[in-house]
Every structure is written in structure tokens, then in C-alpha cells.
Write a protein that binds this ligand. Sequence first.
Ligand code: FAD
Length: 503
Amino acid sequence: MAIRGGTLILMLCLIVAVNAQDIGTDNSTNYDAAAKDFGGIISVKPLAFLAPLKSDDLARIVRSAYDSDNLTVAARGNGHSTNGQAMAKGGLVIAMRSVESGHFRLVKANGSAYYADVPGGALWEDVLDWCLGQGLSPRSMTDYLALTVGGTLSNAGVGGHTFRYGPHTSNVVGLEVITGKGEQVVCSEKENMELFFGALSGLGQFGIITRARILLQPAPEYVRWIRLVYAEFDEFTQDAESLITAPEGQSFNYIEGTAVVNSDDPINGWPSVPLHPNQTFNSTLIPKSAGPMLYFLEVALHYKNNDSRTAIDATVDVLLRRLRYVDGLEFQADVSYRDFLLRVKQEEQEARVQGAWYKPHPWLNIFLSRTDIAKFDQAVFKTVLKDGIGGRLLVYPVLRHKFDDRTSLVLPEAEIFYIVSILRLGLPIPNEPSVESMIAQNKEIIKVCEDNAFDYKLYLWNYETQEEWKTHFGKKWGIFAGRKMIFDPKAILSPGQNIFTRV
Ligand code: FAD
């Protein structure tokens, strides 16, 4: 490796700067953590794992890599990728959580709108807590919040609020980015817009996001959290679609859906549906016509402490009356807004205790048009996955127009498409398959989509060749490759995505 004068010294100083702060999936501060991620499938060793404290230092590191013959740089958010996307073989991995850590700022603009200015390496759970301290909240949240702001903005950041407010990338109005040439650039819709829209869902290819300005709204204090069980997939999807297309005020604030096995398996079957240990699932209510899978809508209504519970009950009654879930198979709980948003953290803690958190996680996420979802249910949920996956099988619709087409994200053509997430958490499944067979199952599912010419795009996937990426990006490939030439011409950034090769 050839590194130009002075650079090596700078880098060694920064290696020493790897500090005592918790870095990485398992709070590890050591070099090995940079060769691991949540997926636990791919491991490549970097040259160094660096933890700069300031964005100026990070810019200097990128400039040093730019001046070197062969160094690459991977920003590592919280390492929750599943296919080595935040790794850099023989390159520099940056612990983003150390950069500008804790530097949060509230900004009021245009008279009434509030924004949080936060570091790109901040965890969403810390952003949420800081905002709640001001009585505010980001509008759109992912299911799980131990992800970094820069990590989700580089992908999309989807969840149960996406149908209303779009993904994270639709709720950010400005970024500070360090390009692949080491330049620090402020960008927004009005200023350096090519870089702004390129970096959003840009898979880390155009720059490292060091700060983001996130749109906020007044925070609710509580939510009525509800699960509604369906035996028929078409009734489940029709109700889900009618809820996501209803005007604000005539629907829930949060809408997702899940498929579970129609069995008494405690992990994969209907015992996993109730929200509280004192709720029981009366399986005699499942219609005889039900197939191998059941489905539940997961919805929530936000409210304030001083809202009357009678009024909340009445609103919920009106909304539920028009839905066709199985009578008697509905589960409700009132929880704080914060506990609701952090509910997956609870599942994480249980998975850690059981050791499942540390197992490999071959995940598959698909955006699939509504026109193909019924066929997918038959061919995949009811066939390939009918024994469950030892984790969560999410399936819920969102609206395409809530995503900004100017970002780097590619989507199906349809206005309504489903987010299908096959989240293998490593929990027990009958006839526990090997990791290889789970990976093969994922490929089989992608083949189902291909063979049926479904209108779909993979999300958070890691193609292995540029040809496959070109096909994935389709019409957007020209813009994507053009932006790469401008902002990272030597292909230094995010090598773990396997899109471009270091020049
Ligand atoms: P990393 O995995 O560290 O990095 C991901 C990619 O982004 C890498 O290419 C990296 O180089 C790049 N990157 C990281 N930080 C920056 C930065 N500051 N600037 C530029 N590039 C950067 N996704 C959803 O949309 N919705 C969910 O509900 C959801 N839930 C999840 C739950 C769990 C338990 C897990 C493990 C993942 C979940 N994800 C979800 C996926 C998650 O959004 C992605 O894996 C995301 O990339 C992880 O964020 P991270 O901060 O750990 O990023």
C-alpha cells in the first residue's frame, strides 16, 4: 500500500483516537468489530478502524485516502447491515458514532416548523429521546431505532409511518456531506441538490453524511396499539390498502402487517400475536377455511395524555367497524409513545439472552407491487415459508408518491406497493434449516419474483456485480453512475456495496 507523505502519521494518530465510546453492534471498541455486522455472514478485515471525533478530521482521512494509491473508506453506522455493506477490505472503516457525537441542535424555521440538526452517526433512539425532551418527535420512524441517521438515510428508512409521511429520506431537509474527494459540502433541495438527492438512498456512494436536518412534529404521549387477525389474505390487503389511502384523521397513525404460521408454535405461530401475557389467543375462532398462514394488521392511534379515553375508544370503534378481521381476534394495549417506538428493543434484549442476536441473519427485503402481492402470498408465504422463519415476516402497503423520486432509491412502478421483510432473527423454527439453506430460500424467493415478472425491487440487498446493480437501478443507472463520477471519481467510498471498483 502506498500512502503519501504525512498521511500515515495522521492515520496512526487517528487510530489512537479510537476511544472508549461504544462502537459497533456489540459495543465492541476493537478492530475486529469492523469486520462484523448484524448479518454475521460476511467478514472482511480492514486496514484500520478509525474513530475521528470531528468531521474536519474525517474529511482529512478521506482526502488522505483520495491521495493514496488504493485506500477505500467505509462509513460504519451501527453495523446493522446484513451483507458486509459497511466493510472495507484492506481499507479504512470509520466509526460514525464517534463523529460530532452528541451535537444536537433544535432549529425553528418558516415561523412554525421545527427541525433537529443531528450528527449522521447519531442513533435514532437518541434522536427520539432528545426530541421528546422538547415535546417533539421525528414524523417517520423505522421499526427499530438502534440504527444511525446516516445509515438509514443511505438506504431509505421505512416503517409504519411511511404510508403517511414517506420514509426517513422524505423527512430530511438538509445534509452536511464529505464527498469522496474529501470536500465538506452543505446540501439541500435548493443548494447542491445533485449531492443531496444522490446521497439520500445513495448507499454511501457519493459522500459520508456527517449531519442531517430532520423535520419534527409535536410528539404524542400515548398510543392505542392494536393487532387484528385475518384468515384471508385478500381481506387483509384490502383493509390495509383502505387504511393507508384514507385521509389523515380518518385512519390510524401507524400501519404495518405481519404473516404468522397458522399453528400453536410459540415463536412462529398465533401465540406470538397477543400484545400482553394476560391476553389469550382463542384459536377456536380461526375460521375452518384458513390456510397455512394467518395475517395481522398492526396499527396505532396516537393521543395526548389529556385526551379523553372515551373519545379514543369511540375513534377506535369507528375505525375498526369497517374492517373485516376475525371477530374476537383483536388485541389492544395503551402504551407510551416512546415504549411503542422502542418495542423492538425489548425483542432485541430477549434475542440477546437467547443467543439468537449473535447468529447469522440472512434477511431479504422486497418492495413488491400490489398487483403481484396475492400471487406472492400463494407462492412464498403459503409455500416456501409456511413453517415460519424464526423471526418476523412483515407485509404492509405504502404509497409510492410519499417517496421522492429524485433520490437514489429505485421502486416498483405501482402507486401502492408492499414492503415484504423476511427478518430471520435466529429464533427456533421446526426442523431448523442451515444458514446455507436459508440463503438458498432467499434466492428461491427472488427467483419466484423474476420468473413471474413481478414488479419488484430488492431493498437493502447486496448484489455482487456491477451488471446486477445496473439492472437493479434500471433507468436511474445513468444518473447514479454520473453522480459517482462527480462526487467520488476514484470510487473510494462504501466499497462493501460492490457497485464500483476503486480507481
Ligand atoms: P451500517 O450498516 O453501518 O451502514 C449501512 C450502509 O450505509 C453502508 O454502506 C455504510 O457504508 C453506509 N453508511 C453508514 N453511515 C453512513 C453515513 N453517515 N453516511 C454515508 N453512508 C453511510 N431498515 C428500515 O428501513 N426499516 C426498519 O424498520 C429496519 N429495522 C431494522 C431492524 C434491525 C434489527 C436491523 C438489524 C436492521 C433494520 N433495518 C431497517 C435495516 C437498516 O436500516 C439498515 O441495515 C441500515 O443500513 C443500518 O443502519 P446502520 O446505521 O447500522 O448502517
